[in-house]
Write a protein that binds this ligand. Structure first.
Ligand code: FES
Length: 306
């Protein structure tokens, strides 16, 4: 465990038997299982080449639902915790140029991306913004990785937020923009970027839930393809809750459609996608769904479940 900035603690996680850990790609996150049934996701920020350990960084949040408070006040060096993953909903795709934008603790996946892009010799630059400079983690490492490519912006020193319009001004069809940070930053980038197809976002929290279709939510049945079992999903119950109540083992974490843990293959039927992960093309393909939030537009969905 190490302090990376005010309120930001990094954890290095190792296999207790000393085995190499699974490989991962920048943008991946882990789900940490904490006492009390808490499961919280944290982005990996270490070097993917280093299979001897994984590093995540955790911000102490006053509004924490328990995860960050536990890590900061209870977790101790040598404690054993269960970890799921790595899982990646924020992959680096091929592009000629990259613009990385991090806000606050959103630096964690962006740091791993910067390291990867620099090692590839890619054309990249970064805006890293924080409200107070003392809370901005990994500044020495960023200086090592990308001196001259990283613009640091601390609101307390600059007297206000960064000029996103200027940062986004030269984004063109050859550039992909990766953004991770608090919702106001994501919303501001979404509002100011002319071509939304260039944008890749990682969210900490779900925005407002996606509204039901006209006529409201409808009940539907899930057919588990492996067993043929039928699970009814009432109007006021999520597919995840109905499956869990029926004893179908389902991994889940955020229950807000942002972490990807409950992703389930779709074999037949039409999904009403309400997650914040799939692209429009992926939604249209109807190959996968996130059962914590998404429902059905058909009376039945056949899912890749046993
Ligand atoms: S549990 Fe996180 S997307 Fe469903």
């Amino acid at each position: 465990m190490r302090w990376e900035a005010d309120g930001v603690l990094s954890l290095r996680l190792c296999d207790p038997s000393g085995e190499e850990l699974p490989s991962w790609q920048p943008g991946a996150h882990l789900a940490l299982h904490l006492p009390g049934g808490l499961v919280r996701e944290f982005s990996l920020c270490s070097d993917p080449q280093d299979r001897s350990g994984w590093t995540v960084a955790v911000l102490r949040e006053p509004s924490s639902r328990g995860g960050s408070a536990y890590v900061h006040t209870e977790l101790r060096v040598g404690d054993l915790i269960t970890v799921d993953g790595p899982r990646n909903n924020f992959r680096l795709e091929d592009a000629e140029r990259y613009l990385l934008i991090a806000g606050g603790i959103g630096i964690t996946p962006i740091l791993a991306m910067a390291r990867e892009l620099e090692s590839r010799g890619a054309d990249w630059r970064m805006l890293y913004a924080g409200r107070w400079v003392t809370t901005m983690a990994f500044l020495p490492e960023l200086d090592r990785i990308g001196a001259g490519k990283v613009e640091l912006h601390a609101d307390d020193e600059a007297g206000g937020p960064p000029d996103l319009a200027a940062t986004l001004a030269d984004v063109d069809g050859r550039t992909l923009v990766y953004v991770c940070g608090p919702e106001p930053l994501l919303a501001a980038v979404e509002a100011q970027l002319a071509d939304p197809s260039r944008l890749r976002l990682e969210r900490f929290k779900a925005p407002e839930p996606i509204a039901p279709p006209e006529g409201g939510d409808q009940p539907f049945d899930i057919i588990c393809a492996g067993s043929g079992r039928r699970v009814h999903v009432p109007v006021d119950t999520t597919a995840l809750a109905a499956l869990e109540a029926a004893g179908v083992p389902m991994p889940s974490s955020c229950t807000e459609g942002i972490c990807g843990t409950c992703e389930t293959g779709v074999i037949a039927g039409t999904v009403d996608h309400r997650d914040f992960l799939l692209t429009e093309d992926e939604k249209s393909a109807q190959k996968t769904m996130f059962v914590c939030v998404s429902r059905a537009l058909t009376p039945e969905l056949t899912l890749d479940l046993s």
